[in-house]
Design a protein around this ligand. Sequence first.
Ligand SMILES: *Cc1c(COP(=O)(O)O)cnc(C)c1O
Length: 422
Amino acid sequence: MKSEKLAIDGGERAIRSELPKMYPGGMRIGSEEESAVIEVLRSKRLYRFYGPHLGPSKVDEFEAAFAGVMGSKYALAVSSGSAALMCGLAALGVGPGDEVVIPAYTWIATAEAVMAVGGVPVFAEVDDSLMVDPLDVEKKITPATKAIIPVHMRGLPCPMDRLVNTARRHGIKVLEDVAQADGGSYKGKHLGTWGDIGAFSFQFNKIITAGEGGAVITDDFDLYKRAMMYHDVGGGRRLKIPQEEILPGINVRMTEMQGAILSVQLTRLESLLADMRRNKRVLMNAVSESAEHCGAILTPCHDPEGDASVALIFMLPTSEMARKTASALKAEGAPASVLFDPAVVDYHVYYHWAPVINQRVWSEKGGPWRWNPNEVTYSQDMCPRTLSYLGRAVQVDVSPDLTDENLEELADAIQKVLSQVN
Ligand SMILES: *Cc1c(COP(=O)(O)O)cnc(C)c1O
């Protein structure tokens, strides 16, 4: 097997079966989601706060269940992960010119949510774990910094104790971006519960999904109240907040259909995680066994037990080898990619965030930076360590629905490629 001709050189593909698509919760949508949606439609109550019949709404039910699973006091369901980040930032009081430290490796939505509330994103490098480096976060903190957003990329936990410590020492807030890591944990505590607020996304690519959706969790009633007011222009009155204290909001409420679907999806979370974790372990072994030849190393994880396990990521000695490896794996039929390639636009890496690094805004008068005392500017080469790590990193999707046959073929493909790449 291992010395067989690579598919990229005209050999036979190692993967002959069709692999399941990487939409973890999405691919498991079944009759339970169907009946939940039909129930909502038949009730004609599509709106969470009222309709032809009253009683508990599907969104209320989802919020209670989500807070229960995560172990937080409050959960607020919203229309997207971006909306969750914006509600979290508004709740923390982030406004014009305030700096928010975010990783240079995250989905662009993290940066744009900061800009949307008037904040100035400041990028920190990731380390070899590909999570934000607490030491670089510390270096990026200035008197204008209001918050940091650790992002648990690809299901992997950030070192939350160190990050929270750093933030506390500087008197700034922590908003966790858990969009890619529902159900993951760090040192036995769910991601999203370490910081002041956790923000989740249920967009179709995420672990559980309603196509679109998001949630904010917190233990702090005051932050919950502020997020509630921001997410719903009538939220203040609904919470019976005195008229003199109500703040303006935007409408990013979740629909009853989304709430109904997500309540079902949430019951699938545990088995989704168990299946992805099992599959990832098999694939990790395949990398370890062939690592010696090419010098590939699995990226270190701050808490392997807490890894939601949506991706297998390993690092090659050079970016050229990483690109060759990813191309060869793709030719074998594997869902592989290199995490950074300057020639391929990918909004997960700050280097490609044209609208952000060029400080493009909607108003001719300028945007958040005009209120910032530090004259923050950006360039494509400002986080070289991040680019160097991501350029050498190869990712393989870990679907929960891989069969034993799929896994065997995928493991063969990895070993076949890694034993020949140079
Ligand atoms: C998906 C994602 C978001 C945004 O979520 P949407 O629901 O698409 O708005 C934010 N941060 C990260 C890390 C994401 O992966």
